[in-house]
Design a protein around this ligand. Structure first.
Ligand code: SF4
Length: 323
């Protein structure tokens, strides 16, 4: 069975004849296509800035932790304190116990994400236990001032690096928000962009449909498809666009996770379309009709709206147009 695209579902939902006449059309470069490309480019830039921001943030955290540890080691070489040594032995035992508990707990988690999180915390707890046990030894060694001061200077250097990465992360955050504001995009991490070269086509094996949503935005744990429409801002979302978005929600459901809703964006206005069973069934009924039409070759206008024909880009070729 041939796959049907979400774009064709949109055309068919507007008018079956419009879809039929578009089948032999060549892709046209117009203002809408250009605007779409501009938004995709901006979104790709946003995605890059977000990734860099996260990387700089992580580096800032690692260098801050490093600076703190080096500084503490330095202090432990300058001061000798059996009390602190015993305190760190206690900390080390506690963290070791905590990491064993997590090791036992991780085994019990059925969900992979929970298991991975428990394992990650376990690694951090083990590293903390090791660091504390090192302090417990260095705090009872005889003082070594030279080594202590060298470590304090090194710690300051590490802190300079941490500050630099924090500055870079803030810079990327500002750039990211500037693009987001310019494109008037919703909040969240962009995980997919309609980009012919880089993004894979999303397919539904179950319903034999395919498509590329303009954007897929991760909001919390949900993946939200976004369809961007250029041109005039309508008073409400068009039925054909809702059908196209529903097809994307089906694709997201099969390739990622069931989305609670999708977004239709007309310029600055964004409509939230809930992912409902009824809507899905209407869209699948359209797909069924399209397959039937492909078999029989029988396709006709299914409306009496003059306005639709007036705004239809295929009216010149259409034998059933109303205006
Ligand atoms: S001109 Fe009217 S009937 Fe013809 S394809 Fe367009 S919307 Fe359909």
């Amino acid at each position: 069975m041939d796959y049907i695209s979400a774009g064709d579902i949109e055309k068919y939902s507007y008018c079956p004849l419009s879809w039929w006449l578009s089948r032999n059309e060549k892709h046209k470069e117009n203002e809408g296509v250009r605007r779409h490309r501009e938004i995709s480019k901006g979104a790709a830039d946003m995605k890059k800035k977000y990734k860099q921001m996260k990387e700089f943030e992580s580096m800032a955290i690692y260098f801050s932790i490093g600076a703190t540890i080096i500084s503490l080691v330095g202090i432990s070489f300058i001061y000798t304190s059996p009390i602190l040594s015993r305190m760190f032995i206690l900390f080390s035992i506690l963290w070791l116990g905590f990491s064993f508990y997590l090791l036992w707990k991780a085994d019990k988690y059925a969900i992979l994400v929970e298991r991975k999180n428990a394992e990650r915390i376990m690694v951090i707890a083990s590293a903390a236990a090791t660091t504390f046990s090192i302090f417990s030894v260095t705090f009872i060694l005889p003082p070594n001032y030279t080594l202590g001061y060298v470590l304090e200077v090194l710690s300051l250097l590490w802190l300079v690096f941490a500050t630099y990465f924090l500055y870079m992360a803030m810079k990327r955050d500002i750039q990211y928000n500037e693009i987001k504001k310019k494109l008037q995009l919703p909040d969240g991490e962009i995980v997919y962009i309609d980009d012919l070269q880089k993004s894979p086509i999303l397919k539904s094996e179950k319903y034999k449909i395919w498509g590329r949503p303009d954007l897929l935005i991760k909001m919390g744990d949900d993946y939200i498809p976004v369809e961007i429409k250029t041109g005039r801002v309508p008073r409400g979302p068009h039925f054909s666009h809702i059908m196209q978005l529903t097809a994307y929600m089906v694709l997201v459901e099969e390739n990622y996770k069931t989305p609670p809703y999708g977004l239709l964006k007309y310029g600055p206005v964004i409509y939230k379309i809930e992912y409902e069973e009824d809507l899905k069934n209407i869209m699948l009924q359209k797909v069924k009709e399209m397959r039937e039409a492909l078999k029989t070759g029988e396709v006709h206008r299914n409306h009496n709206k003059v306005g639709k024909c007036l705004h239809c880009s295929r009216r010149e070729l259409c034998p059933e147009r109303l205006s």
